[in-house]
Design a protein around this ligand. Structure first.
Ligand code: URA
Length: 236
């Protein structure tokens, strides 16, 4: 790839700023200053910017603590609304990242944001049965019967082509955390409604084995760790 592309991606600079950095002699390849923006480098090239090593990665993986009041969409999808992508710096947004799946506007918690479409598709596919856990508040509190029903599967209005009831897949309820393997629209709210309770708060605490980072505050983000990337991509 071109050197300015490598620098732009690895240093999260616009292509223009990356080109300027190269032109001004701030970028070296294999220890030699290169001022030619079209100079060809491989993904593993030894590139530095102002003496600091740059690492190219094909995709970016972000863990965002979604705050309430934000729509799970990209910038273009809902002009005028506050969207989760607005919480990330320009350099990352410029890569064309998108949220993996959807949390309701009032739902908080773990949201993966990436530009890796293939892995996102895999994580969201019903065939993957990816586990998602949510800490919930509800009113009235769940009785044992309600919990049992949620765990067995409930009728949230889904039907197959012949009009037969499609129950939700078995869930797990432990204390105030429910774990499901599906991702239907408003699924948890509809499940609680089906057993006679209403959700008053919802926070996703885990997705595909990746836990919400206790050190993040709502609105904050960090890069996924290598092990978390493996969980998300299925090791691909
Ligand atoms: N289920 C819901 O009802 N809402 C969410 O945001 C996520 C799961």
């Amino acid at each position: 790839m071109r050197l300015d592309k490598f620098v732009s991606s690895a240093a999260e600079l616009s292509r223009r700023d990356a080109g300027r950095a190269v032109g001004r002699g701030r970028v070296s390849v294999g220890g030699e200053v290169i001022r030619d923006t079209s100079y060809q480098v491989g993904e593993d090239a030894d590139v530095t910017l102002d003496g600091k090593k740059l690492t190219f990665s094909r995709f970016v993986y972000i863990l965002l603590y979604k705050p309430a009041g934000f729509i799970t969409a990209t910038e273009d999808a809902r002009p005028g609304e506050r969207v989760v992508i607005d919480l990330l710096p320009d350099g990352i947004r410029r890569r064309g990242v998108f949220p993996v799946g959807r949390l309701d506007r009032d739902t908080t918690g773990l949201l993966i944001i990436t530009d890796d479409g293939k892995s996102a598709h895999r994580a969201l596919s019903p065939k993957s049965h990816v586990a998602k856990s949510y800490r919930f508040g509800c009113e009235p509190p769940l009785t044992e019967e309600m919990k049992d029903a949620l765990c067995r599967g409930v009728d949230i209005g889904e039907r197959d082509g012949r009009g037969n009831v499609l129950l939700t897949a078995p869930a797990r309820v432990e204390g105030d955390v429910i774990t499901i393997t599906e991702g239907k629209f408003h699924q948890i709210k509809r499940m609680f409604h089906a057993v006679g309770s209403e959700i008053t708060s919802l926070c996703r605490v885990s997705f595909a084995g990746i836990e919400l980072d206790g050190t993040l505050a709502p609105g904050e983000w960090r890069y996924l760790l290598p092990e978390e990337i493996r969980l998300f991509t299925g090791g691909a």
